[in-house]
Design a protein around this ligand. Structure first.
Ligand code: CP
Length: 317
């Protein structure tokens, strides 16, 4: 059986995502009664080249709850940071581990790891995509709509405000459209969706749609969900002041939220910078479901790990 990876939102089919959502809902409902040990006797590495709170903790706890053992691999104490190749690192760790969760700058590092190693690789964020976040966020929207059912997302309009040439914007374009949602990206012309995601979308069949709308007020009309992310991502610090100035008209404040559909949800992958991309008032409004999103990282990632871990166990049986 070919080793499966989760590097991008389309690595699971629509039908498989529907099953993942059902599994995540079950894990959430029965968390206090234990979780089937899908990762029993498995050891998973977690290699992070960037800081993390939610991703690191939710994977660590999730692997433990599935009966597995996690090893946090500090990049600075790995030989990869002293020049050992990705290919050699991938081949070596594949002899010890059952899977790897990796957060990196360059998406191609994960692709090379997956190509050169022989264990499942999970994308814990790259500069290109953040698929664990999108699956979780889509699950959270479906949960708020009723039954955690993927089909309930079809035709729902989500507006991503801010830097539309970012990993979260890319992931909403790919993941949201794959799940049948209508994704609108709104930001200054300098931060429109980039070539890499547009090229990928040309070769990807999706159920939903995406479009760029420069005017934030026009963009949010009829929106079911408003979403934003920090204006200065990890790696963008040198251009912080320019970004803040250009992105200011795209702040999600109560005035903008009130122009969306009544009861529209507000979402943010966190960490937030109140007063920049979003106001504290919006973060505190009942429409805000930011902490449900954060919690659901655990349940959805457990479902992803369970599926990849079971495949790995079958491969070795
Ligand atoms: N949303 C998210 O990925 O959070 P962390 O950077 O804290 O992992």
């Amino acid at each position: 059986m070919k080793t499966r990876h989760f590097l991008k939102e389309t690595d699971f089919t629509y039908e498989e995502i529907s099953e993942l959502f059902a599994m995540a809902a079950d894990f959430k409902r029965h968390r206090n009664h234990g979780t089937p040990p899908s990762l029993d006797k498995q050891s998973w590495g977690m290699l992070f080249f960037k800081n993390s709170t939610r991703t690191r903790i939710s994977f660590d706890v999730g692997i433990a709850e599935l009966g597995g053992h996690s090893l946090f691999l500090d990049k600075n104490s790995m030989q990869i940071s002293r020049g050992e190749s990705v290919a050699d690192t991938a081949k070596v760790v594949s002899r010890y581990l059952h899977g790897m969760v990796i957060r990196a700058y360059d998406h191609s590092l994960l692709e090379e790891f997956a190509e050169e190693g022989s264990i499942p690789i999970v994308n814990a964020l790259t500069d290109f995509l953040h698929p664990c976040q999108i699956y979780t966020d889509a699950f959270t929207i479906a949960e708020k709509l009723g039954e955690s059912d993927l089909a309930s997302l079809v035709g729902k309009k989500l507006v991503f405000m801010g830097d539309c040439d970012s990993n979260m914007a890319n992931s909403w374009i790919l993941g949201g459209a794959h799940m049948g949602m209508d994704i609108v990206l709104s930001g200054p012309p300098e931060y429109q969706p980039g070539e890499q995601i547009l090229e990928l979308m040309k070769n990807t069949e999706v159920r939903g749609s995406f479009e760029y709308v420069e005017d934030p007020v026009a963009a949010v009309a009829g929106a079911d969900v408003l979403y934003t992310d920090v204006w200065v991502s990890m790696g963008d610090e040198a251009e912080a002041e320019v970004r803040k100035q250009k992105l200011a008209p795209y702040q999600v404040n109560l005035d903008l939220l009130n122009k969306a559909k009544p009861g529209a949800l507000f979402m943010h992958c966190l960490p937030a910078h109140p007063g920049e991309e979003v106001t504290q008032e919006v973060l505190d409004t009942p429409n805000s479901i930011i902490f449900d999103q954060a919690e659901n990282r655990l349940h959805v990632q457990k479902a992803i790990l369970a599926v990849l871990g079971i495949n790995k166990a079958q491969k070795h049986s």
